[in-house]
Design a protein around this ligand. Structure first.
Ligand code: ADP
Ligand code: ADP
Length: 229
């Protein structure tokens, strides 16, 4: 469960300007694909088509052999955990934010997910910073920490597919490594991972797709791509 296929996918926001010019790839269930390339290449657009935020203008996107246009948006989104680059959290505890999406989860399950995402030290605190009202419970989370809350949420929900969109976010090396550790846990859960990224957390991906101006310029494993240079 969780096989993704793009068949000659074309897309434009504006007819005069094609964004994706016939993209084909397949990600077998449980595998990881990293989509890399310069800003504006179309990485986020691929995530949005998969999530059915937009529909393709040519070709087809399918999940487990089913065209995403033939099922409801809700069921497509139910199968996908989305970790956007700017994760917005509810002004409630981190634990609440992790549990959102699977409210019936036990406390132990929430703690396990938090541990995998390496945010277990502060799950009873509030994400938006110190204020007179919340006092010491307020914790100012960085962008990378917020992403890890969203990753913990998807670990708990365990959808067959996880999309991580980091197309333009500038993470420091330490944060990147922590997110990588969290993702390693996710992929161990047999989740299909799609990572739209600029750079280095992609080394472990089963497949790397280099996107340039809406076309696949190169693809292969990290080792294969290095050998071509
Ligand atoms: P990447 O994620 O690789 O940086 P995007 O998929 O975000 O690229 O964007 C690809 C191209 O589509 C860019 O040229 C961008 O300006 C354009 N674009 C993105 N979103 C929209 C939108 N909602 N409307 C019009 N153009 C858009
Ligand atoms: P990201 O690449 O970080 O996912 P966006 O997709 O929001 O960010 O934006 C990518 C580029 O597309 C940016 O240059 C942005 O200005 C442009 N863009 C986003 N939305 C629109 C839009 N509705 N119309 C035109 N350009 C857009």
């Amino acid at each position: 469960e969780g096989t993704i296929r793009f068949d000659d996918v074309k897309f434009h926001y504006d007819v005069a300007r094609p964004i994706l010019k016939g993209i084909s790839f397949e990600v077998p269930a449980g595998k990881t694909v990293a989509i890399v390339g310069p800003s504006g290449a179309g990485k986020s657009t691929i995530s949005r088509l998969l999530f059915r935020f937009y529909d393709v203008t040519g070709g087809a996107v399918s999940i487990d052999g089913q065209d995403v246009r033939s099922v409801t948006q809700e069921s497509v989104r139910g199968a996908i955990g989305m970790v956007p680059q700017d994760t917005v959290l509810f002004n409630d505890t981190i634990a609440y934010n992790i549990r959102y999406g699977r409210p019936e989860a036990s406390e132990a399950e929430v703690k396990d997910a938090a541990r995998m995402a390496q945010i277990h030290d502060f799950i009873e605190r509030l994400p938006e910073g110190y204020s007179a009202e919340v006092g010491e419970r307020g914790l100012k989370l960085s962008g990378g920490e917020k992403q890890r809350v969203a990753i913990a949420r998807t670990i708990l929900k365990a959808p067959p597919i996880l999309i991580l969109d980091e197309a333009t976010s500038a993470l420091d090396t330490h944060t990147e490594r922590e997110i990588q550790t969290a993702l390693d846990q996710v992929s161990r859960n047999r989740t299909t991972l799609v990572i739209a990224h600029r750079l280095s957390t992609v080394v472990n991906a089963d497949q790397i797709i280099v996107l340039q101006a809406g076309e696949i310029a190169e693809r292969g494993t990290h080792t294969e791509l290095l050998a071509k240079k």
